[in-house]
Design a protein around this ligand. Structure first.
Ligand SMILES: [Zn+2]
Length: 262
């Protein structure tokens, strides 16, 4: 008995040593977003012990109040949204309801001659981008990552109205537990089914920003559609049953302009 206890203790020590030898992402949540920058990875020495410092010192942070920005009406690159049907994974990230595209997926966002493959899309409740006093009930982020590591996020505001059948499939297949992933379900999702009706050429607003969750990395180009989509009241309630208030508050615009052709 004593030996068993000793063995267990020994195992516990080995496990804790093994984990402390690697960098550990600090736990974070939306409720403490004002202090994300100060969260520490105690396995590292400064400055590496503050992996989320950019959330505090960054000057091009997202989201923003779109009404606080100077709007530059100019020539912008044409946008093409080339999403196709996929059999994705349904992922509860611990912070949001998310859909991860499959490895062979070819859907992409094209800006001018540049292509940004769609890697995942997820939802915030309520919206992260606001327009003056207006906050939307929710916001959809399509995240695209180019082979050189650059990110482009396409954002769509969500209002309450008609229900969206594709959104229902996503809600019904997202695991309830943090970190849960539903893989190989064979379920087909068309990411384009969550887009608003778009005119050609597609109108959009664009600005430089960051990830809206730790580590708040900058160098993210944001593309925001002026049209909203709708989900039903019941669907909004179901979304909230996963995560509510998983929105970062608007960050200082710091002189950034929003470019648009409108
Ligand atoms: Zn997001």
């Amino acid at each position: 008995m004593k030996r068993k206890l000793l063995n267990n203790l020994f195992a516990a020590v080995i496990i804790s040593c093994a984990t402390s030898a690697f960098s550990e992402t600090p736990h974070w949540d939306h409720g403490e977003q004002a202090t994300w920058w100060s969260l520490q990875d105690t396995s590292q020495t400064p400055p590496l012990s503050f992996p989320f410092a950019e959330c505090g010192v960054g000057q091009h942070q997202s989201p923003v109040d779109l009404a606080s920005a100077k709007i530059d009406q100019t020539q912008v690159n044409p946008m093409e949204i080339l999403y196709s049907i996929d059999t994705p994974d349904f992922f509860n990230t611990g912070h949001a309801v998310q859909v991860n595209t499959s490895t062979h997926y070819t859907g992409k966002l094209k800006i001018g001659e540049e292509s940004f493959p769609l890697t995942q899309f997820h939802f915030h409740e309520p919206s992260e981008h606001v327009v003056g006093a207006t906050t939307f009930p929710a916001e959809l982020h399509y995240v695209h990552v180019k082979s050189d590591g650059r990110l482009a996020v396409l954002a769509v505001a969500i209002n309450v109205g008609e229900e969206n059948a594709t959104f229902q499939t996503i809600l019904d297949n997202t695991p309830p537990d943090s970190g849960g992933k539903k893989q190989n379900s064979g379920l087909q999702i068309d990411p384009a089914a969550l887009l608003p009706k778009l005119e050609q050429p597609i109108k959009y607003y664009t600005l430089a920003g960051s990830l809206t969750t730790p580590p708040c990395s900058e160098g993210v180009q944001w593309y925001i559609l002026p049209q909203v989509i709708t989900i039903s009241d019941a669907q909004l309630t179901q979304l909230k049953s996963f995560y509510t208030n998983n929105n970062r508050l608007p960050q200082n615009i710091n002189g950034r302009s929003i470019l648009t052709a409108q």
